[in-house]
Design a protein around this ligand. Structure first.
Ligand code: ZN
Length: 254
């Protein structure tokens, strides 16, 4: 006997019929781990003017301000743990239902929950490490934080002398080309596209469900609030993410 209510039963049926599903995650998945949606009213991006990529490149003073803000807010991200939503998504990958996760989130929680790197497409980069803007050498935040806080020392790449920046995509910075290509390809070949916790207002990312739908995939939207693409979806569920995904994945194996 299936103990799920009719909406969740329908969700489960569509999901477990899929051979090549994509999950697309937004801020709503991370807020359930206590990470604030920085773009929401009252979020830090509405209190401070965001630092654009161009300003970051242009001025040492602005780079200093940028690192100061980064370390002031970093503890929240560092202490966050994956929630039942992240765990359910990982279990769908292990069951062979979901083939890739495309995410707008920068907190690294999908990796911590066990999504392998080759199955994760990060559209807005990753806030848990830094990298050189020239040679892309990866640098740990700890390595940067100590000299920065002790002497205001700005990080410089030890390999090439380039500017080091958090590995996120800033306002004004081009979207990462390879991630965009991979996401587009994944969206166009999938048979099911599941949006989880995104209000689908940030383009170009919000175009992927449309690409998927145009190529014959089914579309499910699980989000706390309605989105602009609800009309296009085969199923819309406005509920909490973690409990919903956990209920659907924990009550059926394959
Ligand atoms: Zn470098």
């Amino acid at each position: 006997m299936n103990l799920l209510d009719p909406v969740l039963q329908q969700f489960q049926e569509i999901l477990y019929e899929a051979k090549q599903a994509i999950v697309f995650t937004g801020a709503g998945v991370s807020t359930e781990s206590g990470i604030p949606d920085f773009r929401s009213p009252g979020g830090i991006w509405t209190k401070h003017q965001p630092i654009t990529f161009q300003d970051f490149l242009r001025s040492e003073t602005i780079r200093h301000e940028s690192w100061k803000r980064k370390f002031a807010t970093d503890t929240v991200v560092q202490n966050a743990k994956p929630n039942p939503g992240h765990i359910a998504i990982t279990s769908l990958i292990r069951k062979g239902i979901v083939c890739s996760v495309i995410t707008q989130n920068i907190d690294g929680l999908h990796q911590i929950a066990g999504v392998p790197d080759e199955k994760l497409i990060e559209l807005h980069g990753n806030a848990t490490y830094a990298s050189c803007l020239d040679c892309h050498k990866r640098v740990s935040l700890k390595e940067i934080r100590i000299p920065f806080e002790a002497e205001g020392h700005l990080p410089v790449c030890v390999e090439c002398g380039g500017i080091v920046k958090t590995a996120t995509i800033s306002f004004g910075q081009p979207m990462p080309e390879s991630a965009m290509l991979k996401a587009n390809k994944a969206a166009s070949v999938c048979d099911l596209f599941v949006v989880v916790g995104s209000s689908l207002v940030v383009y170009p990312a919000a175009g992927f469900p449309i690409v998927a739908k145009q190529n014959g995939a089914k579309l499910i939207i699980l989000n706390r609030d309605p989105t602009d693409l609800d009309e296009l979806a085969d199923l819309v569920i406005n509920r909490e993410i973690g409990p919903t995904l956990a209920a659907v994945t924990n009550t059926r194996d394959v």
